[in-house]
Design a protein around this ligand. Structure first.
Ligand code: UDP
Length: 266
C-alpha cells in the first residue's frame, strides 16, 4: 500500500464554505482507477448537494470530515447552480451514476467491490441488479447496514479478506461518514464511496426519477412528490438557494464603489 493519494485531484471550489471538486464523470472515474492501480490507502469519495451543505453548516464534525474528503463530487444540481452564480463551472456528477460507472470500471479491470449498507433484502436485490447489469463484475462480498457495534471488527476483517478494492457505504448521512472516519484506517480498500440511499433505488425499493425528470434536473422535485415525508429534509433547499443568492449579491461590488488601489483593508 502506498500512503500517497492519486495525483489528479482537481480544482476545489467552495459553496457556502463547503468544498466541492470541479470534476466531471470521466475525471471522477479516473481518480478512482488511479487510486486502485496505486493500491493507495482508502480514498473517500463523498457527495456534495444542497442538503449536505445545509447539514454541514450545523455539524462542525461533518464539515471537518468533508474537508478531508479526497474527492467531493458535485452530486446535486443546486451546487452546480450555485457555482454558476459565482462564475465557476461545475459539471454534475450524481453519486448514483458514479457508482454505476465505478462498477463498470471494476468489471472492466477486474477490481472486486464490496457493498455495505441498507436492509438485508435491499442489499441482496441491489447486488443482483448490479451483477445483471455488469455481468463480469466481482462482488466480493456484501453486508446489510445493521451490523451491531460489537461485530464491526468482524465486518472490517471480512471486507479486507474479500480482497475488494472499492467499497460502497450506504448508511445514509452522516452515519456513513462517521463509519468511514472510524474505520478507514483499518480498511485495505483503495476507494470508499459514500452512496447514501442508492442501494434502495438500485433494488427498486425506492424509485429514482424517470430519465426525463433527471434530464430536466428535477430529481429533487420527483423525490419530494413521491415521498412527501421528505419535506422536512427538502426544506433545506430554499434556505440553501436563499443563502447562495445573498452571498453572491454581497460579493458583487458595484463598479467604482470597491476599495481603490491605495485602499488597504485591515
Ligand atoms: N441504513 C443502514 N443502517 C442504519 C441506518 C440506515 O444501512 O443503521 C440505510 C437505510 O437502510 C437506507 C440508507 O441507509 O438504505 C439511508 O438512506 P437515506 O436516503 O436516508 O440517505 P441519503 O441518501 O439521504 O444520505
Amino acid at each position: 500500500m502506498t500512503p500517497e493519494a492519486p495525483s489528479s485531484v482537481p480544482q476545489r471550489l467552495e459553496i457556502l464554505g463547503v468544498p466541492v471538486d470541479a470534476v466531471d464523470m470521466a475525471r471522477a472515474v479516473a481518480f478512482a482507477d488511479e487510486a486502485v492501480r496505486a493500491e493507495s490507502r482508502p480514498q473517500s469519495i463523498l457527495a456534495v448537494n444542497p442538503e449536505k451543505v445545509m447539514s454541514l453548516a450545523k455539524d462542525p464534525w461533518l464539515a471537518e470530515f468533508f474537508r478531508g474528503g479526497r474527492l467531493l463530487i458535485p452530486d446535486g444540481i443546486g451546487v452546480v447552480w450555485a457555482a454558476k452564480l459565482q462564475h465557476a463551472s461545475l459539471a454534475r456528477v450524481p453519486g448514483a451514476d458514479l457508482m454505476q460507472e465505478l462498477c463498470a470500471l471494476a468489471a472492466r479491470r477486474g477490481y472486486a467491490i464490496y457493498l455495505y449498507g441498507a436492509k438485508e433484502e435491499v442489499s441482496a436485490a441491489a447486488a443482483a441488479h448490479l451483477q445483471a447489469r455488469h455481468p463480469s463484475l466481482r462482488i466480493a462480498g456484501r453486508s446489510n447496514g445493521y451490523v451491531p457495534a460489537e461485530r464491526m471488527g468482524e465486518l472490517v476483517d471480512a471486507i479486507n479478506r474479500s480482497g475488494a478494492r472499492i467499497l460502497f457505504v450506504a448508511l445514509g448521512s452522516p452515519r456513513q461518514e462517521r463509519w468511514i472516519a472510524e474505520h478507514a484506517s483499518r480498511l485495505q480498500v483503495s476507494v470508499i464511496q459514500g452512496i447514501g440511499g442508492t442501494l434502495d433505488t438500485l433494488s427498486g425499493h425506492v424509485k429514482r426519477a424517470p430519465e426525463a425528470w433527471q434530464r430536466m434536473n428535477l430529481e429533487w422535485l420527483y423525490r419530494l412528490l413521491s415521498d412527501p415525508r421528505r419535506i422536512r429534509r427538502q426544506a433545506a433547499l430554499p434556505v440553501f438557494a436563499w443563502r447562495v443568492l445573498v452571498q453572491t449579491l454581497a460579493h458583487r461590488v458595484p463598479a467604482g464603489v470597491g476599495p481603490g488601489p491605495t485602499d488597504t483593508l485591515h
